[in-house]
Each structure stands twice: as C-alpha cells, then as structure tokens.
Write a protein that binds this ligand. Structure first.
Ligand code: SAM
Length: 209
C-alpha cells in the first residue's frame, strides 16, 4: 500500500472511530485494506461491517463482525435482501465510473441513518494530469467526470447533504446525510464556455497601469 493510501485510511478512521456500535456498508474489498481498517474499528466499538465485491473476497478476513456479499453492488434485487436500513457509514470504492458511482450513491443513500457518512474514494483528477505524478489520460477524465457529478448532486441537494473533498492522493469525497430526501441532480449552468468568456480568454485584457 502506498503511504498516502495508508494516510487516507487513517483519515477515514479519525472521522468514524468514535461512533458506538457503528454499522458500515463497504462497496469494493479487493485485498481488504479498507476492510481490515473497518473491522478493527468494529471490534473496538461493537460494530458490524457488510462488504460487497463482484469478486470472491470472502477469504480476505475471517471475523464474526464481517458479512461478505459476493455480487455486483448494483444488483440491487439480490443485495438488498441482506441489508437493513441503519448504516452509519457508506464507503464507495468499487467501480470508479461516474454513472456507477451515481447509481450506487442514490440507491444506498436510503439505507443510511440521518447524519450518516458517505465516503467516496478516488474523486480527484489532479495527480493524473499530463506530467502529474500518476499521468494517466483515462483516469484523469473519469475522475473529473466523477468529481463533476458529485458537484451536480451536491448543488441540487444543499439542504440534504454536506460535501467536503479531501485532496490527498487521488482524493476522497466526504458527505453527510442531513435529510432523508435526495433530489435528482441537475446540470450546473456555469459560464466556462459562454461566448463572452471564450472571447475574454482570447483577448484577455491586460490590467491598465
Ligand atoms: C479499488 S478496489 C477496492 C479497494 C479496497 N476498498 C481497499 O481499500 O483496499 C475495487 C474493488 O471493487 C470491485 N468491483 C468493481 N466493480 C464492482 C461492482 N460493480 N460491484 C462490486 N464490486 C466491484 C473490484 O473487484 C475490486 O475488488
């Protein structure tokens, strides 16, 4: 694990470690780095972790506080049968694709308690730009689209959600559920590509002396 990945897990731990009897839903297990960190807190706080992965990760750990669901996390008909409506934390780290993130976010939101925390991993595109430390055309684009999708969701739900972005490494979004309602997201009408702004970029006037 890269040092910044461990640092990110430490930050998540700091946010949730004092929630008593915490109930966590994790999307994406792989080798279990986040899973092990969550189980560690569950053991201290009398909590429970439910994790979903499309691959069979059932052997990653063995712990009575862990339930593993071997499924795609958008196979809602199957997965929902195993879930109760009382999660304190939702951790989204499965398929890093904006439409998928949106789909699972909207679906699992209703399983969260009021004041519940949603953490979405890998939403920052800065490390992937040309010449950046992880220079990668595809991930730069996909993370930017996910980042923008989150801004759209937040912009349509300011009274229902709070949103903070942590820019460490490939970043994570930290949201809090303030309301049971969740509105559909709308496109943000920013002025980046208006003719006026394009002209301003071309003829950017120099400040008068
Ligand atoms: C980035 S890794 C998870 C890393 C893990 N959370 C950690 O911190 O160590 C992504 C995982 O998501 C899983 N995955 C990808 N698409 C999925 C889907 N549609 N449903 C469930 N899991 C999926 C992959 O099999 C992979 O194990």
């Amino acid at each position: 694990m890269k040092p910044y990945e461990q640092e990110k897990l430490n930050k998540i731990k700091e946010i949730i470690f004092n929630i008593p009897k915490l109930n966590i839903l994790e999307l994406g297990v792989q080798k279990g780095n986040s899973t092990k960190m969550f189980i560690n807190i569950c053991e201290k706080n009398d909590g429970h972790l439910t994790s979903i992965d499309i691959d069979d990760c059932s052997k990653v750990i063995k712990n009575p506080r862990w339930t593993f669901i071997h499924s795609s996390d958008d196979n809602f008909e199957y997965v929902d049968k195993y879930l109760k409506f009382n999660f304190d934390v939702l951790f989204i780290d499965s398929l890093h694709e904006p439409n998928h993130v949106r789909k699972v976010f909207y679906h699992y939101f209703k399983f969260l308690k009021l004041n519940g925390i949603i953490i979405i991993d890998d939403v920052v595109w800065l490390p992937y730009v040309k010449g950046g430390e992880k220079d990668n055309d595809f991930v730069e684009r996909i993370n930017r689209l996910t980042f923008n999708k989150l801004l759209e969701i937040y912009n349509s739900n300011k009274e229902n959600l709070s949103l903070n972005i942590d820019f460490l490494g490939s970043g994570m979004a930290i949201l809090r559920k303030k309301n049971n309602q969740l509105n559909e997201e709308n496109k943000i009408k920013n002025r980046l590509f208006t003719i006026k702004n394009i002209l301003k970029n071309i003829y950017s006037p120099k400040p008068k002396k």
